[in-house]
Design a protein around this ligand. Structure first.
Ligand code: GAP
Length: 481
């Protein structure tokens, strides 16, 4: 992970927010390469999800009427249990505190609270299962908490009882900061879609089944942020709500599951690094009939990058109840009115960005100019995600090569994100582009001046071919667009 975080900073993908002031926990800034790649990722999602006749786009506001969050259940349920250390005042999410303990430590803790049961030899899997059962039992969890040292100050028996903490950020509309002016920064983009269901349906002249897609920022006051972009306080979601007739929901659930997994693979994510995690009936969200996560194998373990949920008619029914407005649809043939079910696909743009970055990271052996080999770092990003598409180099800065290379740059720049580089040995220039994942490098050399051909070098194979300069644009259109 440290290698990725340091590459991300060095090459301008991701910086810590407010770094010169010591940073702001859980917030990150996308640098010149990062913003290009994130925009490419979002554009690919947008194209995949909305270039269909039955999905419309939306960009709803981040601040919404406070009743929205009462109707959605966020005011009541969007909470995490957390504990404070009385000694050093550090605050922890209860599940994260227990999650971060090693298998050996878990066994020791279980032995402390139930010596007769756990003194015998038991496997790590049995320990993990027993530990999860114990954590779910409030009295056993409290006894384990008492035995656990605080990760910050190391003191024991200093934790408070677990309390619920709402993850929504609050702010105020208007100049008076009283309770009637409280609004929330949205913790998910989905609610903007639900409350606009009828507007979009009538403006788009859509009939059930149809979907509404949206990309936007979401905010959660996570107690413990961790693992770079994985759990942050400000992040972007790419969500789509597909409204269907009850009874057809299982079919559409399977349809969107297949579509979404295929999307990650179509952009080059390694299939063996992706898996499904089905939510057990007991752990389903209060609104869900069925739910699967697409998980990616990060260096710190498997983690969710997208959730596919059958949200039933929960959201629309609740908004009907709280707003007093009908959000029903009509069956075309029977004229019967019904509240649609919703199949939701909810991906994190920021988390997917991190997964694509990690998946693309490779180290291999590359020849040097001196006839030896060296380790090169290469981001094997799908060309559609790569922040920079083509680099253009004059081999040397004389003999008319820079002028020729600049003419190529001028021709390609309106169609592609290109980078002109004339400094240092050409091998070093290749390495710099490999590190940011540029799929192609074009070099103008002495042969160019006689036959108007250039070398085009492929990032992954490092193979070079000569292409006529007049054919370059067409060559890249075929490979990059
Ligand atoms: N509307 C449903 C919903 O928001 P979720 O599972 O809470 O479901 C969906 O979030 C996706 O949003 C996750 O799969 C993840 O990619 C992303 N996400 C959620 N919380 C996040 C956080 N704190 N930091 C970064 N991404 C997050």
């Amino acid at each position: 992970m440290d290698t990725i975080v340091s590459l991300a900073k060095r090459r301008g993908f991701v910086f810590q927010s407010s770094e010169i002031y010591g940073g702001l926990n859980g917030c990150w800034d996308y640098g010149p390469m990062g913003v290009e790649m994130l925009n490419n990722l979002k554009a690919q999602w947008w194209q995949h999800m909305t270039y269909r006749e039955n999905v419309e786009g939306l960009d709803a506001s981040i601040l919404m009427h406070p009743r929205v969050w009462e109707a959605s259940g966020h005011v009541e349920n969007f909470t995490d249990p957390m504990v404070d250390c009385r000694q050093c005042k550090s605050r922890f999410r209860l599940d994260v505190l227990f999650e971060d303990i090693s298998a050996k430590r878990k066994k020791d803790l279980l032995k402390e609270i139930e010596p007769e049961k756990f003194s015998a030899r038991v496997s790590d899997e049995e320990i993990v299962a027993a530990f999860e059962t114990a954590v779910a039992d409030p009295s056993l969890a409290a006894r384990m908490l008492a035995a656990l040292p605080c990760p910050t100050c190391g003191n024991r028996s200093t934790f408070t009882d677990a309390r619920r903490f709402n993850l929504m950020f609050k702010t105020f509309v208007g100049p008076v900061e009283d309770s009637s002016a409280v609004v929330f920064l949205r913790p998910e983009t989905a609610q903007g879609i639900f409350v606009n269901f009828l507007n979009v349906q009538s403006a788009g002249r859509q009939k059930i089944p149809f979907g509404i897609a949206q990309i936007g920022k979401a905010f959660r006051n996570e107690i413990n942020t961790k693992n770079f972009l994985f759990r942050t306080r400000e992040f972007e979601q790419m969500e789509m709500q597909f409204f269907v007739k009850p009874g057809t929901d299982d079919h559409w659930f399977e349809y969107w599951r297949a579509e979404r997994l295929a999307w990650f693979s179509s952009l080059g994510m390694k299939p063996e690094k992706l898996r499904w995690h089905r939510h057990e009936p007991g752990s389903l969200a209060h609104y869900a009939k069925d739910a699967y996560d697409i998980e990616y194998q990060f260096p710190f373990g498997w983690g969710e990058i997208e959730g596919i949920h059958n949200r039933t008619d929960y959201d629309l029914s609740r908004h009907e109840e709280f707003s007093g407005k009908s959000l029903k649809a009509q069956d075309e043939s029977s004229k019967e009115r019904f509240t649609p079910y919703v199949i939701e696909t909810s991906a994190g743009a920021s988390r997917s960005f991190m997964a694509f970055l990690i998946d693309a990271y490779h180290e291999d052996q590359a020849p040097t100019g001196e006839g030896t080999v060296e380790t090169r770092v290469v981001l094997r990003l799908h060309p559609k995600l790569a922040p920079m598409k083509i680099a253009i180099f004059p081999l040397v800065n004389r003999d008319g090569m820079p002028e020729f290379a600049r003419a190529i740059e001028k021709e390609l720049r309106p169609s592609f994100r290109v980078f002109y580089d004339d400094s240092g040995a050409v091998g070093r220039r290749y390495r710099r582009q490999d590190e940011i994942g540029t799929p192609f490098c074009v070099t103008v050399d002495s042969q160019t001046l006689t036959d108007q051909t250039v070398t085009v070098r492929d990032r992954d194979s490092m193979a070079q071919e000569r292409v006529s300069a007049s054919q370059l644009r067409a060559y890249f259109i075929g490979r990059l667009l």
